[in-house]
Design a protein around this ligand. Structure first.
Ligand SMILES: N[C@@H](CCC(=O)N[C@@H](CS)C(=O)NCC(=O)O)C(=O)O
Length: 201
């Protein structure tokens, strides 16, 4: 039996979303962010973070690794493509989301929401927003003439990148220069599986 640890109000939402898309049975343990460094969670993830996945004795952490594992083990084409070339595309977009997009959105979130007001730095926000213009242009170009990142179908690549970009609303990133990406993002986030996750603790 799969067990997913982490509240939906965190990066765990993306792994819950993957499990919901795949339609696999899983137990949700809604570990809160504040409990991520509890002795119980540290036993599962020495980094002291959520999400964590347990699957019959296999313990995995890192949300993107969890999602790619779930897609490979429980998914089928087109969600998890049928060949290594398609898998490579999924890895590529997932790592792009994780490395080219997420750190800058996190900077924006820190300085707009999470840090105490006297530690916030609007210059850091502007620098991050500027840096995000390049990866947004990459997405905009990729979505020119395509419904989804790999073509006509929603795949784990869309889920992983959209899950990262979902922080953009909270961070109040101006995406008006990337209308195709905006429309694709709303289409991905509006999926029923993701809406179910939004209702979880
Ligand atoms: N790269 C990790 C980051 C995980 C992460 O930082 N999770 C946050 C919640 S969104 C957390 O557990 N924070 C608790 C803490 O750092 O004490 C992943 O994608 O899984």
């Amino acid at each position: 039996m799969l067990r997913l640890h982490g509240t939906s109000k965190s990066r765990s939402a993306r792994s819950l979303w993957a499990a919901e898309e795949l339609g696999v049975k899983y137990e949700h343990v809604p570990t809160e962010v504040a409990k991520a460094k509890s002795p119980e969670n540290l036993k599962l993830n020495p980094c002291g973070h959520i999400p964590v996945l347990e699957d019959d004795g296999t313990v995995l952490w890192e949300s993107m690794a969890i999602n790619l594992y779930l897609a490979e083990k429980y998914g089928k084409a087109p969600f998890w493509p049928a060949n290594p070339e398609g898998h490579g595309q999924c890895y590529k977009w997932s790592f792009f989301g994780m490395t080219e997009v997420e750190p800058h959105l996190m900077t924006m979130l820190m300085h707009r929401i999470f840090l105490p007001a006297d530690q916030r730095d609007e210059k850091a926000v502007q620098k991050a927003a500027d840096t995000l213009k390049a990866p947004l242009a990459v997405l905009e170009n990729q979505l020119n003439g395509r419904e989804y990142l790999l073509g006509n179908d929603f795949t784990i690549a869309d889920l992983n990148v959209a899950a990262v970009l979902s922080f953009a609303m909270l961070a109040k990133l101006d995406m008006s220069g990337a209308p195709r990406t905006q429309a694709w993002l709303q289409k991905c986030l509006g999926r029923e599986a993701n809406q179910r996750v939004r209702k979880l603790p």
